[in-house]
Ligand binder design. Structure first.
Ligand code: 2BA
Length: 106
């Protein structure tokens, strides 16, 4: 079994969640914040059998769009943001796949 961590845009989160669930995957969505732009995004955690990892990643990719994003006010006030453009290309999805040593439901 693997854990997939997928960081995606909040605008794509409902459809990604819906499509993964419809395909039979169990997912947990967490509210998260990107460290660079300081804007909210969504992090999905999905425990997936090895043979279905590629299928889950394909769904995440299919429903995650690359888009331009405006940094948050926090970012705008950061001292080190000089010279960084006001619109930054973000996404589709940033995906990590990690081995699971043990899985139990109690
Ligand atoms: P943020 O950290 O807010 O980054 C938003 C976008 O800003 C990134 O899009 C990238 O285009 C740009 N960016 C990030 N760090 C940068 C830097 N040091 N210098 C110049 N540009 C930078 P994505 O790469 O699509 O990332 C979207 C979000 O995914 C990130 O939001 C972060 O929450 C997460 N993420 C991406 N790579 C990650 C990683 N290696 N580890 C953990 N989280 C990651």
């Amino acid at each position: 079994m693997k854990i997939i961590f997928a960081i995606i845009n909040n605008d794509d989160a409902p459809v990604v969640s819906n499509q993964l669930t419809r395909a039979g995957f169990t997912v947990t969505k967490m509210a998260s914040t990107g460290g660079f732009l300081m804007r909210g995004n969504s992090t999905f955690i999905a425990g997936v059998e090895d043979e279905r990892v590629d299928e889950a990643i394909a769904i995440i990719k299919d429903y995650s769009r690359r888009r331009s994003q405006v940094p948050s006010v926090d970012y705008a006030y950061r001292a080190d943001n000089m010279g960084i453009p006001s619109q930054i290309s973000v996404g589709g999805a940033t995906i990590f796949v990690v081995d699971v040593e043990r899985f139990e439901r109690a």
